[in-house]
Design a protein around this ligand. Structure first.
Ligand code: JCF
Length: 716
């Protein structure tokens, strides 16, 4: 029985009273009805039911799925509640970017810019100069505009780079964004920055204040707040602008160089930044940086640095990407803003891996337009006037409570304490004594030799570590559960009726709530029918998770996103991974196999092994995995590449490309690149001077080819 138009929720039987068969029948009908309504609304622009009825159907679906969590899996049909791009009950629809929206690596000094150029040329094996474009880095928010047959069909925010928000209707109200293009490629995604000028920002704030509406802290916030309005007519009333500086999918290349591509975007009708310049190398780039810096105050809009990009697009393609940033670009940030203030106290925060981090409590002070009252003091050494290697910093001046300290902010990062004014030190100020036990759980806090960080040894028994692990678990690049952020995790962690102490507890929340005859979550303060159903549905939607995300989410020390990807692509399935790590003690074949993964060293391997040998950690992982369907991860680019899934070792001197480029190319084609030859190696590519690795290949019967054969194999 699907809900008919106008049918009230009160008239419906609670999902908990339904038999499984009844629930499945109702679910299947509802899915069909919602899909039909989606099509009518999105494809045909001709809604067949009211928004209220639509929302009711989606809520009922979510409730059914919360009460019968396996419905979606057993019916072999994806529910609209977990579909990307389906119209959500509120907020914006999600858009999957066809090509990831990138962010940029940062440089903070001239030296880092020179190093960037050296890195680029080393990677490409070029001794000649490389040309770069240099342009102001606009401080707004990035937007991707998709044109098909010359018409604007979609606008999406960056989001996490893979999934953005659909803000098409809002983008249509921005004057700088053309609705249609002539002589454009059939498919063209234009990327750039939405921003607000200083003049428009202050006029907007005056209007807002006069109307007793909220004012904005800076033009960036005003631009973001204006673009992300559910009511596009509000966006239309806000003076937003747009600079184009990049592109995503294109059916025909725009040009062969960055500079020409930008010129083409300009010809097509986009604003491009007039301070974009072509530079012959680092010297000219730094000169242009100074020029832009000198004009910063009079530009009329906020910029926070200068972006440099390799000009030759063929070289950009060879350079490719690191995990989320291109190797061919860098953002040279303007110097941080500074201020002096009094250090009121030092608090110790205990992080996810047990690290004791000292946090400065400051007399609030404005640093570059933002009020700062906390700043990081990094670690024990830093307070004492030494860097993490023990070398003297700040001429060895230590930092004491009551001191006047210099605070700085660079970009969006956490403010830092940089310096201390000894002339203003109070008489009787005592050196800071760093705690030797965890302030949260009382366990001893140890410093390993060579580590600048003191760590709580309590592991999961330390409430601070446990809660930070949970926060990491639900964070954006981990499980990313909508409606379950850091704040909610802290509340559930302390909750007595529905406690969440480990990740597995998240996935039993709905069942525990259903089984609880006393106070249901929906009847509690801050919850309700709708938000509870939404939360449970959001949790259900993440019960199926790719292995790489799961591995990152576990929060094992030294296993970041990149490492999680490497491990997932190597082992493919949770059971293979779990079996391998369980048996991987130094000297075992599993250990050799683990450490042969390029990018996995002994330190990470040891950390994984320790996590699996720790009974509490192990129990938490087993309980979690029992709640999940872990999707296997296949090697990247597995489609139609002759080397996809193969393990390749490069040895000897390569003549057509550098080792770094060869490795990046191979990985882009879905191959695994290993550092040493083993029985698992599929292919050894040997250049002149190849030594023991070529011999190993012969001994183990592994195929051995030269560089030219490799290039032919990958079709170059
Ligand atoms: O102005 C900017 N904020 C800006 C951001 C300019 C660029 O040329 C960018 C960017 C982010 C990513 N280019 C990329 C690839």
């Amino acid at each position: 029985m699907a809900m008919g138009v106008g049918m009230s929720e009160e008239g419906m039987r609670p999902v908990t009273e339904l038999s499984r068969t009844e629930a499945v029948a109702e679910w299947a009908d509802l899915v069909q009805a919602v899909l039909a309504a989606n099509q009518a609304y999105h494809r045909d622009d001709a809604p067949t039911i009211s928004d209220a009825d639509y929302d009711r159907m989606k809520r009922r679906l979510a409730a059914l799925e919360a009460a019968f969590p396996d419905i979606e899996a057993t019916m072999n049909q994806q529910s609209p509640t977990s579909m990307v791009g389906a119209a959500p009950a509120d907020g914006f629809g999600k858009v999957a970017h066809r090509l990831r929206m990138l962010s940029l690596e940062n440089a903070f000094s001239d030296e880092e810019v020179t190093e960037f150029d050296e890195r680029v040329r080393r990677f490409l094996g070029l001794t000649d100069a490389v040309a770069y474009t240099a342009e102001p880095k606009i401080d707004g928010l990035s937007l991707s505009l998709r044109y098909e047959a010359g018409r604007l069909v979609q606008a999406a925010t960056r989001g996490d780079g893979e999934l953005g928000e659909n803000v098409t209707e809002n983008a249509r109200t921005i004057r700088d964004i053309p609705q249609s293009l002539t002589n454009a490629p059939a498919v063209l995604e234009v990327r750039g920055e939405v921003y607000m000028s200083h003049a428009d920002f202050s006029a907007l704030n005056q209007r807002q204040a006069a109307a007793e509406e909220k004012t904005f802290a800076n033009p960036r916030n005003a631009a973001a707040g204006s673009l992300r309005q559910l009511d596009a007519s509000i966006t239309a009333s806000r003076p937003l602008r747009f600079f184009a500086y990049a592109w995503g999918e294109v059916s025909d290349p725009l040009a062969t160089t960055q500079a020409a591509a930008i010129a083409r975007l300009n010809t097509l009708g986009f604003q491009t930044n007039p301070l974009t310049m072509l530079c012959a190398g680092p010297e000219e780039m730094l000169a242009h940086y100074r020029r832009i810096e000198n004009q910063r105050a009079t530009l009329g809009y906020d910029i926070d640095g200068v972006v440099y990009k390799v000009n030759d697009l063929a070289l950009q393609a060879r350079l490719g990407f690191r995990s989320s940033t291109p190797r061919w670009a860098i953002a040279h940030k303007f110097p941080a803003e500074l201020a002096w203030t009094e250090l009121l106290g030092i608090d110790i925060q205990v992080g996810r891996t047990g690290a004791l981090s000292p946090v400065a409590r400051l007399q609030p002070v404005t640093v570059g337009g933002v009020v700062v009252s906390n700043a990081t003091l990094h670690n024990e050494n830093y307070i004492a006037g030494r860097d993490s290697k023990g070398n003297v910093i700040r001429d060895g001046k230590d930092i004491r409570v009551g001191d006047w300290v210099q605070v700085y902010r660079a970009g969006d990062v956490i403010p830092k304490v940089a310096d201390v004014d000894l002339d203003r030190r109070k008489i009787g100020a005592e050196p800071y004594v760093f705690p030797q036990v965890c302030p949260e759980c009382g366990s001893p806090a140890h410093r390993e030799a060579g580590d600048s960080v003191r760590r709580c040894t309590g592991g999961l028994i330390c409430p601070a570590q446990a809660v930070e692990r949970l926060k990491h678990f639900v964070s954006r690049n981990a499980f990313d559960i909508e409606g379950l952020g850091a704040k909610q995790v802290e509340l559930f962690f302390k909750d007595t009726l529905l406690p969440v102490k480990t990740p597995a507890d998240i996935f039993t929340l709905a069942a525990r709530d259903a089984a609880n005859p006393l106070q249901k979550l929906k009847n509690r303060d801050g919850f309700g029918d709708v938000s509870t159903a939404k939360l449970f549905a959001a949790i259900e939607a993440k019960r199926t998770i790719p292995l790489d995300r799961l591995l990152f989410s576990l929060g094992i020390r030294h296993v970041g996103e990149v490492a999680a990807g490497l491990l997932a692509r190597h082992y493919s399935t949770w059971s293979a991974f779990e079996a391998a790590i369980t048996h991987a003690t130094p000297g075992s074949p599993e250990w050799a196999d683990l450490t042969a993964i390029d990018g996995v060293g002994a330190v990470m391997a040891q950390s994984l092994v320790e996590a699996f040998q720790n009974p509490a950690e192990r129990a938490a992982m087993d309980a979690l995995v029992a709640e999940l369907q872990v999707q296997p991860v296949v090697a990247r680019g597995a489609v139609d590449s002759p080397v996809a899934g193969k393990t390749v070792v490069f040895t000897g001197t390569l003549e057509k490309m550098t080792r770094a480029e060869a490795k990046a190319r191979a990985e882009a084609l879905g191959a695994k690149v290993a550092g040493s030859v083993s029985a698992k190696t599929d292919l050894v590519v040997a250049g002149p001077g190849a030594g023991s690795k070529a011999k190993d290949a012969e001994r183990l019967g592994v195929e051995l080819i030269d560089e030219d054969s490799w290039l032919r194999l990958i079709g170059e």
